[in-house]
Ligand binder design. Structure first.
Ligand code: FE2
Length: 361
């Protein structure tokens, strides 16, 4: 057996990142159709072109509920193998009839109620063509965000998992097991299911074997998933994970990047999916916004703030729907007191800080 799996300490999925097209239609879809809370409006922290980065999540913005989007109308992507094909959300048992009727009300394309690995599911298509699904899952105690149309008894709790589309299974299975610490728990048709030990919601990955499907694009591009992130506790664990990749031969890892709300390190998995690991930063999403104000305005990392005017001038304005407005909660948010902006680490961190006004393209 390859040494490695027992050394990993992944806590589960942290976030999944997609590239939709238009910004407003994305905000409307996730907040109104899926009833997610817009927890952060910020920008892509790579490259020299301002692009929104929206974070959606449950009521507490828990890791494992954070779906993030780069609205990338500049260029279409191509869906295919070597990508995350479906992002799955956990909903209460018995709620799929509600979701079928809700999707019908919004006239969004969906699969109707189906069943996989003994659970009822519905797949739904985002306006940009991205595939998402709700999966009935018992006993998920994470606190949902609700809207006037989506009550707590049916609302999304956070991620259930993700399905990666693969031309071949074997090398991606090796990566999941030995580099990330997953174990294989079942096969149903072309679906191979894996869980992190002591699994549960936000700890499930499926590989869908599609040997004849062409490879999808790897660039940012509207209509495609870009990457998945798993979280570890500390920067030290992040650096150990990087070392584990390199010991196993996955040497195309990145440096540790400062994403302000967390620290990140990436590797391209053998099946083609870009895999990120994140470590928490003190304060997290609450560094620059009070808990009840999450997602209501554009926040930039401190090292971009002096270029705010140049950045904003190249972003389309968006309106935060009523569903996402602050409201009186029945109990306080389980979040820390906001702390001063800025992150630090015992390890070196990488940042990009281009001159946005200079690189007008
Ligand atoms: Fe990410």
């Amino acid at each position: 057996m390859i040494k490695g799996a027992m050394d990993t300490r992944l806590n589960g999925i942290h976030h999944i990142t997609l590239c939709p097209g238009g910004a407003q239609e994305d905000v409307d879809f996730f907040t109104q159709v899926l009833g997610q809370r817009l927890v952060k409006q910020t920008v892509l922290m790579d490259g020299s072109i301002p692009v929104y980065h929206f974070y959606y999540g449950n009521a507490d913005a828990d890791p494992g509920s954070i779906l993030t989007c780069f609205p990338y109308s500049r260029r279409p992507g191509r869906r295919g193998t070597g990508q995350i094909g479906v992002t799955s959300f956990s909903v209460p048992v018995g709620s799929t009839p509600f979701w079928a009727a809700h999707f019908d009300r919004y006239r969004v394309c969906h699969s109707g109620i189906q069943e996989r690995f003994g659970a009822r599911t519905i797949r739904v298509t985002h306006p940009a063509g991205l595939e998402l699904e709700v999966v009935e899952n018992p006993g998920d105690t994470r606190r949902p965000w609700t809207t006037p149309e989506i009550s707590a008894d049916v609302a999304i709790r956070g991620f259930f998992g993700a399905t990666m589309s693969m031309r071949d299974i074997e090398e991606q299975e090796t990566f999941l097991v030995h580099a990330l610490g997953f174990r294989k728990v079942g096969v149903e048709g072309a679906y191979h299911r894996f869980e992190i030990p002591n699994g549960g919601p936000d700890r499930t990955i499926e590989l869908l074997h599609e040997p004849n499907r062409p490879q999808g694009s790897w660039t940012f591009g509207a209509g495609t998933a870009h990457h998945i992130a798993f979280h570890v506790d500390t920067d030290e664990a992040l650096v150990k994970q990087k070392a584990l990749y390199e010991e196993l031969g996955y040497t195309d890892t990145t440096e540790v990047k400062d994403r302000f709300y967390f620290h990140s390190m990436y590797v391209r998995s053998p099946g083609g999916v870009l895999v990120e690991c994140t470590a928490n930063v003190a304060g997290g999403f609450y560094q620059d916004e009070a808990p009840e104000e999450l997602g209501t305005r554009l926040n930039l990392p401190p090292w971009y703030e002096s270029q705010r005017a140049a950045i904003v001038s190249r972003l389309e304005p968006v309106t935060v729907p009523e569903e996402n407005r602050p409201r009186r909660e029945t109990r306080p948010f389980a979040s820390p007191t906001p702390v001063p902006a800025g992150t630090s680490s015992a390890y070196s961190l990488s940042r990009t800080n281009p001159n946005f006004a200079r690189y007008q393209r």
